[in-house]
Design a protein around this ligand. Structure first.
Ligand code: B16
Ligand code: MG
Length: 214
């Protein structure tokens, strides 16, 4: 492998709780008082507009496209406010050591994230110096499971997809990696169910990097 493309939320950092709080606040404002963590689980790795649909499904009101954009913007403003206090405590187990190991081996690193806030999150958590390129929600029009965000990352790294490994915590992300012709490593609580080529609970518990990177 010449490059490793990391999904951001759930792989390198955890901002799940902040997403949950921001969506829950919006839901309450819309009179939806039963937005749960299970609903939030379905928003993992999916785009902002698709995440909004998960919230709106819980209510009965029909919104126009314009109204939906306002609602998504409102949730994002709550989320971005919370991101101002983000620091390196949000970095997940093994992330820094893995990035350092790859940097030392001369393997290029990129982020491939659905989030339009990826650059801010990387800056706030101190991960920016370890990342060669960022491909995020600002670069693409199609969200995972479409491979676009990972193909853009590979292109920015100037590496063919077949020489890139994708690390993901969401099923849609693993499907996107496969659709893009890339090998995948699944991490997180559902790592065994994601259908990835390799899996591990966290980046810190991977014990076969030699095999994965060959
Ligand atoms: P934003 P990832 C994803 O990040 C989150 O997992 C998902 O919950 C969120 O809806 C999506 O980013 C878009 O984020 O609203 O900040 O643009 O896992 O792809 O790094
Ligand atoms: Mg993720």
């Amino acid at each position: 492998m010449k490059g490793v493309i990391f999904d951001l939320d759930g792989v390198l950092v955890s901002t799940d709780e902040l997403h949950f709080n921001a969506w829950e606040r919006l839901a309450k404002e819309l009179g939806i008082n039963n937005f749960t963590r299970e609903d939030n689980e379905r928003q993992r790795g999916v785009s902002r507009m698709a995440s909004l649909e998960v919230v709106l499904e819980k209510g009965t009101h029909q919104y126009t496209e314009e109204e939906k954009i306002e609602l998504a913007d409102r949730k994002n403003s709550y989320y971005v406010d919370m991101l101002q206090n983000l620091d390196d405590s949000a970095v997940l187990d093994g992330a820094i050591d893995t990035l350092k190991m790859l940097n030392e081996k001369g393997i290029k690193t990129a982020v491939g994230s659905a989030s339009k806030n990826a650059p801010l999150i990387l800056e706030k958590t101190g991960l920016l110096p370890y990342i060669d390129k960022i491909s995020c929600g600002l670069d693409v029009t199609k969200s995972k499971p479409d491979p676009e965000v990972f193909l853009v990352a590979a292109k920015k790294l100037d590496i063919v997809p077949e020489e890139c490994l994708v690390v993901e915590d969401a099923k849609a992300g693993i499907e996107a990696a496969k659709a893009g012709g890339m090998k995948s490593l699944g991490v997180g609580p559902f790592n065994e169910e994601l259908g990835a080529d390799y899996h591990s609970m966290t980046l810190g518990t991977v014990n076969n990097w030699e095999e994965i990177l060959c």
